[in-house]
Design a protein around this ligand. Structure first.
Ligand SMILES: *[C@@H]1O[C@H](CO)[C@@H](O)[C@H](O)[C@H]1NC(C)=O
Ligand SMILES: *[C@@H]1O[C@H](CO)[C@@H](O)[C@H](O)[C@H]1NC(C)=O
Ligand SMILES: *[C@@H]1O[C@H](CO)[C@@H](O)[C@H](O)[C@H]1NC(C)=O
Ligand SMILES: *[C@@H]1O[C@H](CO)[C@@H](O)[C@H](O)[C@H]1NC(C)=O
Ligand SMILES: *[C@@H]1O[C@H](CO)[C@@H](O)[C@H](O)[C@H]1NC(C)=O
Ligand SMILES: *[C@@H]1O[C@H](CO)[C@@H](O)[C@H](O)[C@H]1NC(C)=O
Length: 373
């Protein structure tokens, strides 16, 4: 539906960029074009019959900044709809859940979602709130010096809400509490836009912002406003094209393990990585990233961007696209076994139930059917 004769446009762009000598700001578009072309070639060369989903008819996930007023408002309305629907969680298991949105937060608190969690969120919008659009992403590589004026955070009626009210505090302790992030100009409840004063019910479970008090029981009812503290410190230092380059085509792109580790950050080197830096750029509730960060609705757009970067890496490394790395439990002692592609992703309250990791490793060959633009 949102397909605009993409190949020609992108190829023309890539060729132009190459012959013009690459500008740093074009890196993302160039990688995007190359990823798209690689997927298309591999599909054309495939001898494995036809798939129900093809690059030409997959849904297209786009940059929030490139979406029109109506498209943005439809997405905002769908998120607000989920926030207004009652929870379906078992109150004995999740006493604090009040809304359908809380169910998703509870799922994240109970078990850290995989990078593909956004796939579930989208089907949820669709099934329960009639959302017809696709999951947008927050493009990290613009407005790194001023998120408060970005289309995502400018506080207008087509944004995901503005910064928090200013509350004096001493920043956040990021990256496993070893990286100090000075405070921005927020810290309080979301001050403007569609999610102004948004109430959340679960967490915080592992807050990092100065002054935040964690709940004693993770899934207990703790109504309060969602807080934000937009900081340029995290975005200007770590949401950089140099990092993007490193993990997609540079030394860290070598295999899924190096890609994933660099994306997550090297905290002992005081290096946040793209994933963590996104969370700390939003600050407040979103910076509770081991557990209740989805309380901030921008979470899903941040993770869609993360998914996009992974999609680009996969498309540029098709022979490794369906590999995984890492153990099944974080920081466990003794070390947990390695994850395999046959492991199930358990999403108790969500739409895709007990799906194998393998099925989610491609955005076009399994139950998912989308590409990025
Ligand atoms: C697909 O086929 C084209 C033309 O034969 C070739 O140039 C390209 O390298 C192939 N791509 C892949 C991913 O095999
Ligand atoms: C998408 O395109 C592929 C390849 O052309 C085709 O086999 C498939 O039936 C199409 N799917 C839909 C839902 O149109
Ligand atoms: C948390 O996850 C475990 C393991 O997947 C599951 O058995 C349990 O029911 C979940 N708890 C809640 C509250 O959903
Ligand atoms: C703020 O926190 C940092 C890191 O924990 C600490 O070094 C600094 O002294 C604190 N500043 C104030 C004013 O409390
Ligand atoms: C690229 O990633 C590797 C680790 O995978 C790291 O050692 C190196 O410092 C990174 N380079 C840059 C420019 O960040
Ligand atoms: C887990 O994978 C790592 C490589 O990522 C490997 O070094 C290690 O031996 C594996 N562990 C087991 C128990 O297979």
């Amino acid at each position: 539906m949102l397909f605009f004769g993409l190949p020609t446009v992108i190829l023309a762009f890539v060729n132009a960029a190459q012959s013009a000598g690459l500008e740093p700001r074009d890196l993302l578009q160039t990688l995007q074009g190359q990823a798209f072309q690689a997927l298309k070639d591999s599909e054309e060369n495939s001898t494995v019959g036809t798939h129900a989903c093809a690059v030409s008819n997959a849904s297209v996930r786009r940059d929030w900044a490139d979406m029109g007023t109506k498209e943005r408002k439809d997405y905002i309305k769908a998120v607000q709809c989920i926030i207004a629907l009652p929870s379906k969680s078992d109150p004995a298991k999740v006493p604090g859940a009040r809304t359908r949105y809380d169910d998703f937060v509870a799922q994240h608190i109970n078990q850290t979602l995989t990078i593909h969690g956004t796939g579930n969120f989208l089907s949820w919008h669709r099934e329960e709130c009639g959302y017809k659009g696709h999951q947008p992403y927050w493009n990290w590589f613009s407005y790194q010096d001023g998120q408060r004026i970005s289309p995502v955070f400018d506080g207008s009626e087509t944004s995901m809400g503005g910064d928090g009210h200013f509350v004096q505090h001493n920043g956040s302790a990021g990256g496993g509490r070893v990286i100090y992030l000075p405070s921005g100009e927020g810290g309080g409840c979301i001050a403007s836009g569609p999610f102004q004063g948004l109430q959340v019910n679960l967490g915080p479970v592992s807050p990092t912002m100065d002054g935040a008090i964690k709940v004693k029981t993770p899934l207990a009812y703790n109504p309060r406003c969602a807080k934000r503290d937009l900081t340029t410190y995290a975005s200007s230092n770590w949401l950089t094209l140099a990092n993007l380059q490193n993990i997609t085509i540079g030394p860290a792109s070598k295999n899924i393990e190096t890609f994933q580790n660099e994306l997550q950050g090297r905290f002992s080197d005081s290096f946040l990585g793209l994933h963590s830096a996104g969370h700390y750029t939003i600050g407040g509730d979103a910076a509770d990233f081991y557990s209740s960060s989805p309380n901030d609705p921008v979470f899903f757009m941040h993770h869609a961007m993360l998914d996009r970067v992974w999609w680009i890496w996969q498309s540029l490394h098709l022979d490794q696209a369906k590999t995984v790395a890492g153990t099944i439990a974080r920081n466990s002692n003794p070390l947990a076994r390695n994850t395999t592609v046959d492991d199930l992703i358990q999403t108790n309250y969500l739409v895709l139930k007990h799906v194998k990791i393998w099925d989610l490793l491609s955005s076009t060959e399994g139950p998912l059917c989308y590409i990025y633009l």
